[in-house]
Design a protein around this ligand. Structure first.
Ligand SMILES: [Zn+2]
Length: 127
């Protein structure tokens, strides 16, 4: 039976594959799930944070405002947890309702959105 990746396994994998976005995302997520948010954010800090500045309902997680220590928040009686996707050297942070924190569909939807946004940005640059 498949076991969830342990933090140590993920970190070893990242050490062997430092340029692999998925491996980095998985390692940071394993640290996040283990409550090691500062270490998780440290793994992501060299990436370009493309998250738009937002507020004030939930703490902003853009490049300027991101506070590594704040990994959960509450709004309108719903508990949210901080999550992120890593794609092509970029990271996008988002708040997910706790019940959907590890929802693959939500994560992949956000990854697709980030991919489309990047594709458009790169198109404009080369136009
Ligand atoms: Zn901000």
């Amino acid at each position: 039976m498949a076991r969830p990746h342990s933090v140590d396994t993920c970190l070893a994998e990242l050490e062997a594959n430092p340029d692999d976005d998925r491996v980095r995302e998985r390692a940071a997520l394993a640290l996040t799930r283990a409550g090691r948010d500062l270490e998780a954010c440290a793994l992501l800090e060299d990436l370009v944070n493309l998250t738009a500045h937002d507020g004030p309902t939930l703490p902003c997680v853009c490049r300027r405002c991101l506070d590594p220590a704040i990994s959960s928040a509450e709004a309108e009686d719903v508990r949210f947890v901080r999550r992120f996707v890593v794609h092509r050297g970029r990271v996008l942070f988002y708040w997910a309702p706790e019940a959907l924190a590890d929802d693959r569909g939500l994560l992949e939807g956000i990854r697709r959105r980030l991919g489309r946004r990047l594709a458009r940005a790169l198109d404009r640059r080369s136009a």
